[in-house]
Design a protein around this ligand. Structure first.
Ligand SMILES: [Zn+2]
Length: 201
């Protein structure tokens, strides 16, 4: 595969395992799969087949690739918001949550499979948010999108075994402390997680 050849140092086996075992819908999975393969209609791809005149992004003028996930305009704020929550769940520094995870999620969070699944859930939703085809994105709209998704995810009885209470990190701080004492208890007592970034064997 073209993308696998372009990134020979990526542990693709780990990446596919993470993607296929993620606690997300099949639609979300296939959208993330397309993003990983750079199969979305960015201006860079469209210009290559002469469907648009410029390969530049209309928001930031950079070459329009998958940069829209973490680097373009408001998506930087959105990424940092997400990243801060991932860092809180793993009790690690922002520095250890690289933006490459959105396109190459080759990590393993030990010793908690729930925290690992929760992070994959958040990354998948971030990618899906950017693939909605909306013209305008905003941090406030994204926070609302995540909150709705989190409440929807709360409904099935499988939630606790899949991601535990960790998604409560998406709640506003006020409701975290007043309405969900149990969640606060869980997040406040989290042991440190070890993040392994796996490279190609
Ligand atoms: Zn841009």
């Amino acid at each position: 595969m073209h993308i696998v050849r372009n990134y020979p140092n990526v542990n693709w086996k780990c990446l596919w395992t993470n993607l296929y075992t993620a606690w997300i819908s099949d639609t979300q999975r296939s959208k993330w799969y397309m993003m990983i393969h750079d199969l979305t209609p960015t201006n860079d791809r469209l210009a290559a087949i002469k469907l648009t005149e410029t390969n530049r992004c209309s928001t930031c003028e950079a070459i329009d690739t998958t940069h829209r996930l973490t680097l373009c305009g408001e998506s930087k704020l959105i990424w940092n918001w997400t990243r801060a929550r991932i860092a809180a769940i793993t009790r690690t520094k922002l520095l250890y949550v690289p933006e490459t995870w959105t396109l190459r999620p080759v990590f393993l969070i030990c010793p908690s499979p729930q925290r690992h699944k929760d992070i994959m859930w958040m990354l998948a939703h971030l990618v899906n948010y950017h693939m909605q085809g909306k013209r305008r994105i905003s941090l406030l709209d994204y926070i609302e999108f995540m909150r709705r998704a989190r409440w929807k995810a709360d409904s099935p009885p499988t939630r606790r075994t899949a991601v535990g209470n960790y998604l409560s990190i998406l709640d506003p701080p006020s409701s975290r402390t007043t309405h969900t004492p149990q969640a606060r208890h869980t997040l406040g007592r989290l042991p440190l997680a070890v993040i392994y970034t796996l490279s190609a064997a």
